[in-house]
Design a protein around this ligand. Structure first.
Ligand code: ATR
Length: 287
C-alpha cells in the first residue's frame, strides 16, 4: 500500500465507529483493482457532523459513508439527495464534487441483493414481517413496498413508530398492504403462517444478554425465510430459533457487503470486486 500525493480518500463517519469492518472491505477492493485510494474510519459525534461534511469538501475527499447515528441527520446537510435517499429519508453514501455534496442510500440495494443471494428471493408479491421501526426498520419496510411486496406487517416496541412507517408506506404505494402490529408474541404468531419473510431490524441480539425479538417460530416452517440485519454474533438467538424450527436463515453480513459494493461503484465508477470484498469483510468480522 502506497500513500502519496495523489491518493484519493473515502471513509466512514459514525459514532461509535471502532467496530467497523468497512475499511477492510473497501481497501481490499482498491488493492485488488490497483487503485490508489484509501478508506478510513472517523469517529464523528452528531454535533460535529455538519463541520465534518464541510471538511470533506475542503480536503478533497471523494466522499464518505455514514452510519449510526448520522443517516437521517445528513439528509438536511447535503445540497442534493437522490430520489431513493429522499424517499427513505436516509443517506448512507455521500459524493463530494465541486464543493457540492450529493447523498445516496445504498441500504435498500444491499437488502435486495442479500435476499437474492441468501434466499434466491425477490420481494415482489411477497408478504413480509418487519421487526423494528427505527432507522433500519423504517428504511427496509419502505424498501419492501418500493420493490412491490404484497404486504408489510410492521412490529415495534414503540407502536407509534410502526404506525408512522405504515402511514409512509401507504403514501408511497397503494399496492402494498401495510399494517402495524403490537410487539406481543400472540399477535405476531398469528401472522407468521401467512408471511414469506421475517426480518429483524431491531438492535436486539447485538448484546449477549438481549432477549430475541421473536423466540418462537411455528414448527416445520420450511418455506419461511428469516433474515437478521445483525451479523455479529454470526447467529443470534433469533436466527437459531428460526433455524431449529426449519426456516432458511441468513445474517446481515450480505447486506453490509452489497451496500458497500454499491457505494464503491458510485465513488469509483468501477464494478465492485464483490468476491474480494466478501472475503475481506468475513475475515474482519469473524477472524
Ligand atoms: P437503527 O438505526 O439501527 O435502526 P434505532 O433507530 O435506534 O437504530 O432503532 C432500534 C430499533 O430496535 C427500534 O426498533 C427499537 O424499538 P423502539 O423504537 O421502541 O426504541 C428496537 N429496540 C431497541 N431495544 C429494544 C428492546 N429492548 N426491546 C424491543 N425493541 C428494541
Amino acid at each position: 500500500m502506497l500513500i502519496d500525493g495523489s491518493t484519493r480518500i473515502v471513509g466512514v463517519f459514525g459514532h461509535p465507529i471502532a467496530h467497523t469492518a468497512s475499511p477492510a472491505m473497501h481497501n481490499a477492493a482498491f488493492d485488488h483493482l490497483g487503485l490508489n485510494w484509501r478508506y478510513l474510519a472517523f469517529d464523528v459525534p452528531p454535533d460535529d457532523l455538519r463541520g465534518a461534511l464541510r471538511g470533506i469538501c475542503d480536503l478533497g475527499f471523494v466522499g464518505v459513508n455514514l452510519t449510526v447515528p448520522h443517516k437521517l441527520l445528513a439528509v438536511k446537510m447535503v445540497e442534493e439527495v437522490d430520489k431513493q435517499a429522499l424517499l427513505l429519508g436516509s443517506v448512507n453514501t455521500i459524493v463530494a464534487e465541486n464543493h457540492q455534496l450529493t447523498g445516496y442510500s445504498t441500504d435498500g440495494y444491499g437488502f435486495v441483493r442479500a435476499l437474492r443471494e441468501d434466499f434466491g428471493m425477490e420481494l415482489r408479491g411477497r408478504r413480509v414481517l418487519m421487526l423494528g421501526a427505527g432507522g433500519a426498520g423504517r428504511a427496509l419496510a419502505l424498501h419492501c413496498a418500493l420493490e412491490g411486496a404484497a404486504a408489510v406487517f410492521v412490529v415495534n416496541r414503540t407502536q407509534s413508530k410502526a404506525v408512522s412507517v405504515v402511514a409512509d408506506i401507504r403514501k408511497l404505494t397503494p399496492r402494498t398492504f401495510a399494517v402495524a402490529l403490537p410487539m406481543d408474541a400472540k399477535s405476531i404468531a398469528r401472522h407468521l403462517d401467512e408471511v414469506d419473510l421475517v426480518v429483524n431490524a431491531t438492535s436486539l441480539g447485538l448484546r449477549p444478554g438481549d432477549p430475541p425479538p421473536l423466540a418462537k417460530f411455528p414448527s416445520r416452517c420450511k418455506r419461511l425465510r428469516v433474515y437478521d440485519t445483525i451479523y455479529r454474533p454470526v447467529e443470534t438467538r433469533f436466527l437459531a430459533a428460526a433455524r431449529k424450527a426449519g426456516a432458511q436463515t441468513a445474517n446481515g453480513l450480505s447486506m453490509l457487503l452489497h451496500q458497500g459494493a454499491r457505494s464503491f461503484e458510485i465513488w469509483t465508477g468501477r464494478r465492485a470486486p464483490v468476491a474480494v470484498m466478501r472475503r475481506a469483510l468475513h475475515k474482519a468480522v469473524y477472524g
